[in-house]
Design a binder for this molecule. Structure first.
Ligand SMILES: *[C@@H]1O[C@H](CO)[C@@H](O)[C@H](O)[C@H]1NC(C)=O
Ligand SMILES: *[C@@H]1O[C@H](CO)[C@@H](O)[C@H](O)[C@H]1NC(C)=O
Ligand SMILES: *[C@@H]1O[C@H](CO)[C@@H](O)[C@H](O)[C@H]1NC(C)=O
Ligand SMILES: *[C@@H]1O[C@H](CO)[C@@H](O)[C@H](O)[C@H]1NC(C)=O
Ligand SMILES: *[C@@H]1O[C@H](CO)[C@@H](O)[C@H](O)[C@H]1NC(C)=O
Ligand SMILES: *[C@@H]1O[C@H](CO)[C@@H](O)[C@H](O)[C@H]1NC(C)=O
Ligand SMILES: *[C@@H]1O[C@H](CO)[C@@H](O)[C@H](O)[C@H]1NC(C)=O
Length: 597
């Protein structure tokens, strides 16, 4: 009956287009809605009808459970299929929507005047992208868009509180955005330790050593200033040489137009890894992302990530992705368009490639609650698809402890940790994507011996259930909490993170020609990823598969090569009082590329 009706509808397109009757005869039904704009945002004005929106439509992936099953099998060292990662084609077959879905959604788009050539499809056909004026989007979604402004930053976005679709489409569309999503990016880099001039940090005489986590002697100056050499000493890879030609590649992602300055990179190499001097990385622009080589355009985050990531792993080839999107926009400028948070753009790009770097570091994330559950679920599924293809997807855990990811904010912590559903319930705020169970989240440590850094992010997801690989570790951690501790502030059944941690304070980088110290879990993510890349290097050179999705391996056997960091910082009373000691779950920080895998 359904197909007949559609077949009928598909005939008089031209006639229907003119009047743009949305699936006439079918009931419009609310697909998604929110109570009001998240705190910080207020409704400013009706959206200009001609303003362009880049709408992304996620089509359901009915075979995702099979994809996930493959992921568990190929990532579990005790499974016969460990390391048997899937090809692009095999993965896409498991992400693809049902053919009936493709048909009915095309019919609906056609009714609104959108022909196949107006539609951009992802490689797996699971995302449909269209560019439409606000007026048409309002008609298609039976909604009204408004300009919302952010009280503090003045940023504007065009969003709505609710959107509807013909009831018949509800099972054929997972979500459409931008509609109800107010996600914003925060760069995970603490500026606390930022200084343009490096102070001689301690008086340790050169040549003096202290005992590192791997039991070896480490340059004593590493206790206060972290260099490439320090990390190789600390994590036991001093003598490990990577290959330039075994197919191993390290990926670093950037957003917000963060540019990795090449002059800074070369200066850093001269100082910290002279053999890498003169080498370069491959730059990939996704969705208009920039890598502006003007000195003034250098980004601290991008400089840090490339200098330490590529510096640690040289001569392993490096790829630097800069993904554009979601700029703060001026609604009066007609040429601007409003887009989504950019993970989905990066995922769409990278999943369309035949080969992908085996280890990829990202130091950007957002409050989980600011990303709608439906959207977070789809982005998280994309991370699973990367895992099934053999990629280790690694994120920094955030710089706000159990708070909203902002390090050392002006406001007291207790004023920030609220639900944004209109109820203002006090709660810890997990970060996404670290809260996705298919990524590895890296927290931060400080000093030797290492203790948790006082900003290191952690928490429990409110969207994603605890994956079985961490049942033992998390249940053991929860059992250490006195009954009632943090009750109501976190969801003990959710996916817990971070999974691992590494050094995150006093990293010596070059920024606009100056030696500069930086801190944050932004330091930890590229560091941990670089050591994973070294492990992948060893495996590839030995004819083995890359490690792929790490967590099932880390929680079952991998942790034995890592050092359990259980100490909390003594200097920070405030965060200490509110930080569940997630570092105690599995806070690990060393890998031994030479002795493992
Ligand atoms: C490293 O520095 C910390 C903080 O200053 C200090 O407490 C610790 O004793 C130092 N470690 C060693 C081995 O000297
Ligand atoms: C790594 O390379 C350096 C410099 O070529 C060399 O001295 C060292 O022996 C190499 N290490 C190993 C383990 O091969
Ligand atoms: C290195 O790569 C960047 C980005 O692709 C490019 O802008 C720059 O010119 C390259 N530098 C050298 C020395 O090849
Ligand atoms: C690069 O950055 C500089 C300094 O911020 C800016 O003046 C210039 O317009 C930028 N170039 C491009 C191509 O965006
Ligand atoms: C990045 O740069 C491009 C080109 O200059 C610009 O259109 C876009 O708005 C910028 N994005 C952000 C997030 O600043
Ligand atoms: C708690 O987490 C589970 C997933 O484990 C989720 O289904 C549930 O909605 C969460 N509860 C709240 C109140 O967020
Ligand atoms: C966190 O620790 C650093 C020392 O590493 C200290 O300077 C800073 O004040 C602490 N932050 C807070 C909020 O206590």
């Amino acid at each position: 009956m359904l197909t007949t009706r559609l077949a009928l509808l598909s005939l008089p397109f031209a006639a229907v287009l003119a009047s743009a009757i949305p699936f006439k005869g079918f009931q419009q039904k609310v697909k998604e809605s929110i109570h009001g704009p998240p705190s910080g945002w207020y409704k400013h004005a009706p959206a200009p009808k001609h303003h362009m929106l880049e709408l992304k439509i996620a089509l359901p992936q009915p075979k995702f459970p099979a994809l996930e099953q493959h992921l568990w099998e190929v990532s579990d060292p005790s499974h016969a299929r460990y390391g048997a990662h899937l090809s692009k084609q095999e993965t896409e077959a498991l992400m693809a929507p049902h053919p009936e879905t493709l048909g009915i959604v095309s019919e609906w788009l056609a009714l609104h005047g959108l022909a196949e050539e107006d539609v951009i499809r992802s490689s797996a056909n699971d995302w449909v992208t269209i560019r439409v004026p606000v007026g048409l989007a309002e008609e298609m979604l039976t909604t009204e868009y408004h300009v919302y402004k952010h009280a503090q930053t003045g940023e504007s976005v065009i969003r709505t509180m609710s959107y509807s679709l013909p009831e018949i489409l509800h099972d054929h569309v997972d979500l459409i955005q931008p509609t109800t999503m107010f996600a914003r990016f925060k760069v995970f880099k603490s500026t606390l330790h930022w200084t343009n001039h490096v102070q001689p940090a301690d008086s340790s005489p050169s040549g003096s050593t202290i005992t590192g986590p791997a039991g070896n002697q480490v340059d004593a100056r590493c206790n206060t200033t972290i260099t490439i050499s320090c990390l190789r000493q600390l994590y036991n890879a001093v003598d490990y040489n990577t290959s330039a030609t075994n197919g191993n590649v390290l990926g670093i992602t950037a957003y917000l137009n963060q540019s990795a300055n090449n002059m800074d990179l070369q200066q850093f190499y001269q100082l910290q890894n002279p053999s890498a001097y003169g080498s370069n990385y491959t730059f990939v622009s996704v969705n208009g992302g920039e890598n502006n080589q003007t000195y003034e355009a250098a980004g601290e985050e991008a400089n840090l990530d490339t200098q330490f990531g590529f510096g640690l792993t040289w001569p392993t080839p490096g790829t630097f992705y800069s993904t554009g999107g979601e700029p703060p926009f001026d609604p009066d400028l007609l040429e601007e368009s409003d887009e989504n948070e950019p993970y989905s753009y990066w995922l769409e790009y990278v999943l369309s490639q035949d080969t992908i770097p085996q280890s990829i570091s990202t130091s950007y994330s957002d409050d989980e609650q600011s990303v709608p559950r439906s959207y977070a679920t789809r982005v998280c599924n994309g991370m699973a698809a990367l895992g099934v293809r053999g990629v280790s997807v690694i994120f920094s855990s955030g710089d706000g402890g159990v708070g909203d990811g902002v390090a050392y904010p002006d406001k007291p912590l207790e004023h920030q940790c609220y639900s944004n559903d209109g109820l203002k319930t006090p709660m810890f705020l997990p970060m996404f994507p670290p809260s996705c169970p298919y990524v590895t989240a890296v927290g931060g440590t400080i000093n030797i011996p290492e203790t948790a850094a006082n900003f290191s992010g952690g928490g429990f997801s409110n969207y994603f259930c605890r994956p079985s690989y961490q049942d033992d570790a998390v249940l053991a951690y929860l059992a250490t909490l006195a009954p009632g501790t943090y009750k109501g502030l976190y969801n003990s059944t959710g996916r817990a993170y971070p999974d691992v941690s590494s050094q995150a304070v006093n990293f010596l980088i070059i920024y606009q020609g100056q030696e500069t110290l930086v801190a944050g879990t932004s330091c930890a993510a590229p560091t941990f990823t670089a050591f994973v890349s070294m492990l992948n290097d060893a495996r590839l050179s030995a004819g083995k598969s890359p490690l792929g999705f790490l967590n099932p391996f880390l929680y079952s056997t991998g942790y034995t090569a890592l050092n359990d960091v259980t100490g909390v910082p003594t200097q920070d009373v405030r965060l200490r009082a509110s930080m569940p000691r997630l570092d105690g779950i599995l806070s690990l920080d060393t890998v031994h590329p030479t002795s493992k895998s």
